[in-house]
Design a protein around this ligand. Structure first.
Ligand code: HEC
Length: 148
């Protein structure tokens, strides 16, 4: 092969690879990120019915909100919107009920995800996030101001 042709071929291959990287980054199936819950009280194996950090209040709740903000941005924002403001792809999580009713629905969805016609519209996070991380994310979303 002549040099020019090789160079051209190389450029095409490189371009194609860059394109693949771009496409996969833009796609919804980003690998979920584990959430560092250092400092939060451990909750054990059994899933609780109500957000324990809200009940604890004070520093635990504040830390939960902080950890939850980054956990949310890494795992949920691409569908539910930055800062929990929905762009319309998925429901606005600020509209969940306050208190235990909202907690229950939140956990049901986050643990099991949601599938329609055999395809996940929302992945299940049961195996990906700890219970502590889930309640931290709930703490963050429940303290975002509700839309008008
Ligand atoms: C791939 C997109 C996607 C990701 C990522 C995602 N969700 Fe969802 N989520 C959805 C869709 C779509 C629904 C609507 C399901 C339905 O119709 O009930 C939903 C529903 C929910 C609901 C129920 C809302 C309601 O009003 O009924 C909650 C709570 C929720 N998601 C929380 C989360 C949290 C927390 C995360 C991150 C840990 C997350 N979701 C990640 C797509 C996503």
């Amino acid at each position: 092969m002549r040099r020019k042709t090789m160079l051209a071929a190389f450029t095409v291959i490189l371009g194609a690879q860059l394109l693949i990287v771009k496409v996969s980054q833009g796609h919804g199936d980003v690998t979920p990120q584990s959430v560092d819950v250092t400092g939060l009280d451990k909750l054990g194996e059994e899933f609780l019915a109500e957000n324990p950090y809200r009940a604890m209040g004070g520093e635990q709740y504040e830390l939960a909100i902080e950890i939850g903000a980054s956990g949310y941005n890494q795992n949920c924002a691409r569908c539910h919107g930055l800062e929990a403001i929905s762009g319309g792809i998925a429901p606005d999580v600020r509209l969940l009920e306050d208190g235990e009713l909202g907690d229950e629905w939140f956990m049901e969805r986050v643990r099991n995800g949601y599938s329609q016609n055999g395809a996940y519209k929302m992945p299940p996070f049961e195996e990906l996030l700890s219970q502590e991380a889930m309640w931290a994310i709930r703490s963050y979303t429940e303290t975002r101001p509700k839309p008008e």
